[in-house]
Design a protein around this ligand. Structure first.
Ligand SMILES: Nc1ncnc2c1ncn2[C@@H]1O[C@H](COP(=O)(O)OP(=O)(O)O)[C@@H](O)[C@H]1O
Ligand SMILES: Nc1ccn([C@@H]2O[C@H](COP(=O)(O)OP(=O)(O)O)[C@@H](O)[C@H]2O)c(=O)n1
Ligand SMILES: [Mg+2]
Length: 205
């Protein structure tokens, strides 16, 4: 791949994190439309793998219904395949890494460091309301499983956000606002700096 002297370029990866129902999928769809990324939702890939009748199907279903995190090996394989199949080199990886094992394994296997982490900060009360109104027929969108997912988020996923915070890589957005307001904040993060200057017409020379 690539021409002589053109070291193989690693893809750009943005991890999109936030609690269940914080609006990750919704905002990723907006980002894809405006910024040319490919959206890969780890949860969607796992649900598709389960439906495909894979040998891991039952395990995946059991984990999802308990709000537990599927072993990294399975999820990373699905992500790698989706990245290869996409033909793109810019990815929003939504809902991954969800724990330290996800994070360390992805880095070890792919050697990819995220460009940054987009973190949707939302209250539990708001997330619960949104999930209960989601109506996507998801078996894990019931109050009992939602509570388990919140617990896993606090105990296992937030430490990953903290890890990236310590590396100065987290872009936090207030996700309790409306879809449009959240996207306004997201747009600022994805718009290249020189274009921001152009739009505001206030370059400091
Ligand atoms: N900012 C928002 N305000 C109100 N509802 C929202 C907002 N963002 C998303 N939703 C709705 O909340 C539910 C969960 O959003 P989703 O994007 O699936 O979140 P996640 O992928 O983080 O679980 C969906 O029904 C979605 O339409
Ligand atoms: N990295 C991941 C992402 C999701 N999952 C599983 O998939 C479920 C649903 O994830 P999701 O990202 O679609 O859920 P939301 O945050 O969108 O509500 C999680 O509760 C986990 O059981 C996982 O095991 N590992
Ligand atoms: Mg989602």
């Amino acid at each position: 791949m690539g021409t002589v002297g053109d070291a193989e370029k690693k893809p750009t990866v943005v991890f999109v994190l936030g609690g269940p129902g914080s609006g990750k999928g919704t905002q990723c769809a907006n980002i894809v439309e405006h910024f040319g990324y490919t959206h890969l939702s780890a949860g969607d890939l796992l649900r598709a793998e389960r439906k495909s009748g894979s040998e891991n199907g039952t395990m995946i279903q059991d984990m999802i219904n308990e709000g537990k995190i599927v072993p990294s090996e399975v999820t990373i394989k699905l992500l790698q395949k989706a990245m290869q199949d996409s033909g793109n080199d810019k990815f929003l990886i939504d809902g991954f890494p969800r724990n330290e094992e996800n994070r360390a394994a992805f880095e070890a296997v792919t050697k990819i460091e995220p460009a940054f982490v987009l973190f949707f900060d939302c209250s539990e009360e708001e997330m619960e309301k949104r999930i209960l109104n989601r109506n996507q027929g998801r078996e894990d969108d019931n109050i009992e499983t939602i509570r388990k997912r919140f617990k896993v988020f606090l105990e296992s996923s937030l430490p990953v956000v903290k890890y990236y915070e310590s590396k100065g890589k987290v872009q936090k957005v207030d996700a309790t606002k409306s879809v449009d307001e959240v996207f306004e904040a997201v747009k600022v993060i994805f718009t290249p700096k020189d274009e921001k200057v152009k739009h505001h017409g206030c370059a400091i020379l």
